[in-house]
Design a protein around this ligand. Structure first.
Ligand SMILES: N[C@@H](CCCCC(O)O)C(=O)O
Ligand SMILES: [Mn+2]
Ligand SMILES: [Mn+2]
Length: 314
């Protein structure tokens, strides 16, 4: 696996300080060394620098629209470069509004994508349906062709064009979906595996049906957008919008092991780790370590273990 890492220390897609520190916390937990230790070729492209945008007044309900638009324009360019260099891209957030840039940049490189959105939330509010104005609850609405007519002109978003078809999106982990989002999911016929389906089917069947859906026509590169709040708060409490009844650590690892073995993973986002939302150092560690382990499983780590092909018992 050739892996390119980009850090996006950005928090203006929501209101809680601290999520901008996620990238460096994941690095400090040894992500690069651990990926190299399991045979990956890793290039760390460092962190993006986001210039402050003064007077970024709300537009309608949207909060920090100019900062979010600009940050994602920068991120899109960085992801495109990482893909052009032949890597699988790992974007470390930062809040989930960054998926706007990550998926845009990925689509600029690989045109048709399958998007697997692992999250307690649907993140598909439009600028007119959002209950909070936080753009981390809206990223998919800017990216989906079928919602283009529902997105108004927004300063610093003129670079952005929709690049994903509703049929190419699958959700796993939903348990906190706004009514407007639920209507959009049903109206667009988007494939969803809420926590009810995870409970009913079990994670193995969920992954089987996820892959059947994604590969039903042509096999496309996979963009995995993993919001750490998809995991149960007992595993990953240090996050801004925790919701009870989430994925176990094992279910999260199963998802990433399974996606790895498809051989189609082309980019992965790991977002919403917020150390300031952890009550103790242990809560922060548990959250960060889960993020690291999930990423290790994206790139070949398997729980049964592995050995060098030419190993022989001495
Ligand atoms: N649906 C809420 C909560 C969004 C949570 C965002 C997280 O998943 O990145 C909103 O729109 O503000
Ligand atoms: Mn979420
Ligand atoms: Mn999210």
């Amino acid at each position: 696996h050739c892996v390119g890492i980009i850090g996006a220390p950005f928090s203006k897609g929501q209101q809680r300080d601290g999520v901008q520190r996620g990238a460096d916390l994941i690095r400090a937990a040894g992500l690069v060394q651990k990926l190299k230790g399991q045979g990956c070729v890793v290039k760390d492209y460092g962190n993006l620098t986001f210039e402050d945008i003064p007077n970024d007044e709300p537009i309608g309900r949207l909060k920090s629209p100019r900062a979010v638009g600009r940050a994602n324009e920068l991120l899109a360019g960085a992801v495109l470069k990482i893909k052009s260099d032949g890597n699988t891209c790992v974007m470390l957030g930062g809040d989930h509004s960054l998926a706007i840039g990550s998926i845009s940049g990925h689509a600029a490189s690989r045109h048709e994508l399958s998007v697997l959105w692992v999250d307690a939330h649907a993140d598909i509010n439009t600028p007119l349906t959002t209950p909070t104005g936080n753009i981390h609850g809206q990223p998919l609405s800017y990216l989906i062709h079928e919602l283009h007519s529902k997105i108004p002109i927004i300063p610093h978003f003129s670079w952005l064009k929709p690049c994903v078809a509703a049929k190419d999106i699958v959700y796993i982990g939903l348990r906190d979906v706004d009514p407007e989002e639920h209507y959009i999911l049903k109206h667009l016929g988007i494939k969803t595996f809420s926590m009810t389906e995870v409970d009913r089917l079990g994670i193995a069947k969920v992954m089987e049906q996820t892959c059947d859906h994604m590969f039903s026509k042509v096999k496309k590169p996979i963009h995995l957008s993993f919001d750490i709040d998809a995991l149960d708060p007992s595993v990953s409490p240090a996050t801004g919008t925790p919701a009870a009844g989430g994925l176990t650590y094992r279910e999260g690892i199963y998802i990433t092991e399974h996606i790895c073995q498809t051989g189609l993973l082309s980019a992965v986002d790991m977002v919403e780790v917020n150390p300031k939302q952890g009550k103790t150092e242990d809560e922060i560690k548990s959250t960060v370590n889960a993020a690291v382990d999930l990423l290790r499983s994206c790139f070949g780590r398997v729980r049964e273990g592995s050995h060098e092909p030419d190993y022989q018992i001495p």
